[in-house]
Design a protein around this ligand. Structure first.
Ligand code: ADP
Ligand code: MG
Length: 268
């Protein structure tokens, strides 16, 4: 059957099926996990996200920086489905998720820790961790995932403490562990170290790096502090006025006078 073998398709793509944009951008023949295509978000007459093509590779750890109001949180909320896109597309792992409901995106493997803390202070650390997990797992699987999330958050020793006895930094750790308990392929973190001291920041950097290296979870982390960014990420995207302003290695970005200028608000 050698004549058949010569026509064997080694790419894994059936040439008779037309590839969708989602498959071309984020399908199995690429390393790209997430890709936005001409993404726009308007609030009334104001454009918060303006024609953004933002891509993240599988297992990558990307930082998203930019001045206040640049559109960073909006971009992540478009990816999670918190906001509906005004225009453009969002591709993820071979699927066009632009019109997916938020819970469908979670099922696809996208998880997010929002800017505002959302732990229940009266519940113990373990009970907080159990909340998102009990919706889809029970018995031994639930226990495994709860223990796993406690490990991921670095709070196994505080499992029975009420969450309101945790420091602000530990609460952030808890939320990262909770988001990781959904076993995502992509984890979005909106300012996970805002208001934290140097030691707490180092702890969060360590948690993020471990989840990235040990579990292969890709990250997009919003953060201003260039030291923290340099600690965890190589590649940085700068948003400014809703658009991608720069993209590149952190050393290049932090030395860029144009980036310094937008942070100082010199163009207003
Ligand atoms: P960043 O996270 O970079 O600080 P945001 O994405 O939160 O910026 O906001 C970008 C711009 O969009 C800001 O000017 C903000 O006021 C505006 N914006 C964000 N969310 C809304 C909303 N729900 N309604 C109206 N305007 C919004
Ligand atoms: Mg924000």
């Amino acid at each position: 059957m050698s004549s058949d073998e010569t026509s064997t398709n080694t790419t894994g793509i059936d040439p008779t099926v037309r590839q969708t944009g989602a498959q071309l951008a984020t399908g199995e023949n690429t390393n790209t996990l997430l890709q936005t295509d001409g993404l726009v978000k308007r609030f009334g007459g104001f454009t918060a996200c303006d024609d953004v093509d933002f891509g993240v590779d599988e297992g990558e750890l990307r930082c998203l920086i930019g001045p206040n109001g640049a559109g960073k949180s909006t971009l992540l909320k478009l990816v999670t489905g918190t906001y509906a896109a005004s225009e453009g597309s969002i591709y993820y792992d071979g699927h066009d998720i632009t019109d997916f409901e938020p819970h469908e995106r979670v099922q696809q493997g996208i998880s997010m820790k929002f800017q505002v803390p959302s732990v229940y202070g009266d519940l113990s650390v373990r009970e907080n961790v159990r909340l998102p997990i009990q919706r889809f797992a029970d018995g031994a699987e639930r226990r495994r995932r709860v223990d796993d999330a406690l490990t991921a958050s670095g709070l196994s020793d505080h499992a029975d403490a009420p969450a309101n006895t945790l420091s602000h930094g530990q609460q952030q750790q808890l939320e990262i562990g909770m988001a990781a308990s959904l076993e995502p392929d992509l984890l979005l973190l909106d300012e996970p170290v805002a208001g934290l001291d140097v030691e707490e920041r180092a702890e969060i950097a360590d948690r993020i790096t471990r989840l990235n290296e040990e579990r292969g979870i890709a990250f997009v982390v919003i953060e201003h502090d260039t030291e923290f960014v340099a600690d965890i990420a190589d590649h940085v995207t700068v948003l400014h006025q809703g658009e991608i302003f720069r993209e590149g290695p952190i050393e290049e970005i932090s030395a860029d006078p144009e980036v310094k200028r937008i942070y100082l608000g010199g163009d207003h």
